[in-house]
Design a protein around this ligand. Sequence first.
Ligand code: 6GP
Length: 792
Amino acid sequence: ESGERKAKVEKMFGFMDAFLKNDSFSLQKDILDHVEYTVARSRFIFDDFEAYQGLSYSVRDRLIERWHDTHRYFKKKDPKRLYFLSLEFLMGRSLSNSVINLGIRDQYADALNQLGFEFEVVAEQEGDAALGNGGLARLCACQMDSLATLDYPAWGYGLRYQYGLFRQIILDGFQLEEPDYWLNFGNPWEIERVHVSYPVKFYGTVEEEGIQGQTIKVWIPGETVEAVAYDNPIPGYGTRNAINLRLWAAKPSDQYDMESYNTGDYINAIMDRQKAETISNVLYPDDRSYQVALQINDTHPSLAIAEVMRVLVDEEHLDWSRAWDITSRVFSFTTHTVHAEALEKIPVDLLGNLLPRHLQIIYEINYKFMEELKSMIGQDYDRLSRMSIVEEGAVKSIRMANLSIVCCQIVNGVSKVHLDLLKERVFKDFYELWPQKFQYKTNGVTQRRWVVVSNPNLSSLISKWLGTESWIRNVDLLAGLRQHVSDPDLQREWKMVKKVNKARLAEYIETLSGIKVSLDAMFDVQIKRIHEYKRQLLNILGIIHRYDCIKNMETSDRRKVVPRVCIIGGKAAPGYDIAKKIIKLCHVVAEKINNDADIGDLLKLVFIPDYNVSVAELVIPGSDLSQHLSTAGHEASGTGSMKFLMNGCLLLATADGAIVEIMEEVGADNMFLFGAKVNEVPALHEKGASLKAPLQFLRVVRMVRDGYFGFKDYFKSLCDTLEDGKDFYLLGYDFASYLEAQAAADRTFVDPEKWIHMSILSTAGSGKFSSDKTIEEYAKHTWGIEPCKCPF
Ligand code: 6GP
């Protein structure tokens, strides 16, 4: 940049704040301007949705301003950057989160009020951005919030899917899937960058060419698509920094390009130029290379490794070892599963056809790795074949996890238990070879979205008692609640907040299902993807048991029953038959219980359809108890538990994933724990059919099997999974201790003071599970990046 231009830019910086004003009068004018000129509705007549649009565009303006300043500053300082690659980002809604992070929620609420609208109602107009499935995808949404808040120079990269995760419709108790065409109503949060686009090549052949006495590989693609960038500014809280989530949309190349691609040299000239520019955006093949860190979120983006090698070797003409040195230094990998069968494999035929050059590169990486390994471990062919990136077999495949481990200097697990499982089971061979590669970073969730946005009453209460709002950035301060835990005033106010949140949830339930629930009942919640290992079935069988007990009680004893509202929500993968049966079972059991006059308010069961981020924001603050029932050794971490914990909900859980660390923070006596431990499970599996389930369990399973709830034939295969010897997830084995934990929860609930005490301690002990902590750990120990705070 010329000195003159630089000076001009510096001067402009000084005026930045003069651009957009944040007093409620200016905001009001901005909203109206956008309604009139962007949305093109009359500023005199517009509805809630149009108000949402006008409001969002005005927020977006402010985001863009900060986004520009931040990137300008990053450019000036040129710090080491992080590129966070993930195929899934589950962002949910943006409006409330943005205005809170920008620190102008109240001003906006005022502005809207004066226009005759209510902020909460307008915010409800927004749909969810659901570009992901579950845990892993929501985790990186939380991490983006932390990266921005902690001023790290980071970029998120992902895909802008036209269809988000399917919408779950329940018809007669069965799950149906409907497409989520989430862009139908426009998306004010993204900025289309038509000029930021790259050709992405597929198919074709790889040819050899001699250049200056060197043979190089040239990939002649068969097809090219255009990737166009859509930028989504992510504002930090309490900082001017706003970072970028760049999502790529695939578009067909236009005719001009298609023709040129088929006509010889000219193409390569253009391609080379474009590719060179690509590199200059991301990675330099000199020492500056170490100025970047590339994080791959599970194996899904791991082809990026082969792509970086391809660019360095084929296009930048680096020799292999130099390219390898750079690649293996910049990439790091986090795995999010303990299930060996969930590790991605790509059939060689498919990959060779789609990306022929990448397959060659992977083969070359594997060849070199196998040679190295042989020199270290000798001719142990079993071990060599287990560790090979290429799996020989009926379908020859590429093991993406092996590729990622071989190429990355650091492999992260997501909880302490998860790391142990990676070492002992999932990646044992690799751990023995490279113990120093393996680390873990305890997952976390952002307190901005999960408390400040979704539970404003609790948030104000916490700030009041801590005497500061600083916990929103410095989450360690939450521990300060401990000193007030016995204060009757805090207890009373805490209880009040919960009651208000329960009332809001009860209203939602009534609108959804017509079921009126009592606010005095314990709201007992399990919301997450439906999966056998997460054991929603255990929950439902427990509910049947409770129902059965109440039915068989003397009427006088019923007075002692602690009333419960059991709430279950979650989506089953469309092809996951057993999970879909679990949803249906929940509905037939609910039908029976909710319509049984004997039962009344003592027990209700509600299935909340279409569980997503914004449903979670409503349900979590209104829950008393939450359930995390995974068979020990199956949940890598689990982040739902952390959201409940922060909101002061008590946890009923197995000692699995993150729960083990939560126990360390809040104390096992402030939770309801049950079930086999991680290290006991393998021995239990070995017992097979000799492991007998207790009678209470057999009884409830029999009720389902015999058609007590109808659909006898349909539930047969579900009941079969619970037979002795087939009960892989150990529902029968854990049933008795599950019921005991439930009974302990009941006993505690009738002692409100005790319950509130535990609830306050849960929030107070949740600091460790903020994604701010996780990100700081990654920054220090994996990525080697430093904060870069925009001063304006
Ligand atoms: C999930 C894990 O199942 C969950 O335990 C963890 O909390 C979350 O990732 C974040 O780390 N895994 C996935 O969503 C997934 O797709 C391949 O794993």
